[in-house]
Design a binder for this molecule. Sequence first.
Ligand code: SAM
Ligand code: SF4
Length: 363
Amino acid sequence: MSQLNPSIGGNHEPPPIAQSQPSAATQTDTAQSGSMLTDKFGRVHKSLRVSVTDVCNIRCQYCMPAEDVRFLPRSRLLSYEQIARFVEVVSQWGIRRVRITGGEPLTRPGLEELVRRLRRIDAIDDIALTTNGMLLGDQIDALESAGLDRVNVSLDTLSEATFKRLSRRDGIAQVIDGIDRAVDSSLQVKLNALVLRDVNSNDVIDLVRFAAERDIPMRFIEFMPLDADGAWNDTRMVSGAELRTQIEAEFGPLTPVERATKSQPAQEYRLPTGTHVGFIDSVSTPFCGSCDRLRLTAEGKIRNCLFGTEEWDVSDLLNDKAGVDNSRVKAVVQACLAAKHAAHGIADPDFKPPQRAMYQIGG
Ligand code: SAM
Ligand code: SF4
């Protein structure tokens, strides 16, 4: 695997790798909030990503292996009740937003039950879902009734052939149907694309048009070294800067839009037509300094970073029928936070990707 070596950029200038360190502003936030979920760099944690499964119905090459995937046994997954217990506890310490992810979260039966349980937790004011959209059309009504606020659908191409090449499965028509059903619902919808050079790098303009026609934001995520095949390198990744040049050449100048919150990972821009396009430049312009996220894996491990190499198990603590011992959960969560690094360090010469791939962590 290349370590962002500028000498292997081919004809493409490698993006500058910025180091984002926690800022003085976040330190001030800490002092004011007094939150228990504050790390040693002063970052206050308000978001939780919850993976409900590592199973997926497609096999994106930037995420999963093509064959022989060994999924967690069903018996090791946290139940919806256990997940809701954990969220209830951490909501007492400042978690306000939950994103449900996976694997493909909609492959887990009855996901609306989890949404319903989370909706009943007073302190949680935002419940979102990230999905590949394949099963969204069938489930959108149930999710909407259960109280889901937002859905992000991954859409990397509009072409069946490219979809098959990227995800090693058929199904783009199903994804588009799911998106259209979501757009017709009351939910807020965003689209996310990951661009791999020479695979879907010619699809960028069509994707922006597709989103603009539906009046929903399109966002582009840089490919990170979290693929199961270990095939990431900085020449396969198309940087946000390169995509912005491509989009501006087609649509005209992009105007930056101020971030709604400091912790929002996407930098948004407005096209001359008014359409919003966002860029999550996690590799070329890390936003670790304003990270407010914790993660819970499907089998009940908490993680402080996508790139972390350590996990803290809370599954046993959530089993007790008599109720959760908050002080024990708190001790584990605080140990996890105390170990959080200032930044992901992808650009460091000794960087090693985590042992788990994206589908096993929860993106
Ligand atoms: N299956 C759902 C989906 O694809 O939307 C949810 C889980 S998926 C792991 C969440 C997000 O992670 C997707 O938007 C996907 O594009 C992104 N992702 C997967 N592998 C990635 C990688 N190596 N680098 C950056 N993003 C990745
Ligand atoms: Fe499945 Fe999402 Fe990973 Fe693609 S990115 S393989 S849809 S979990």
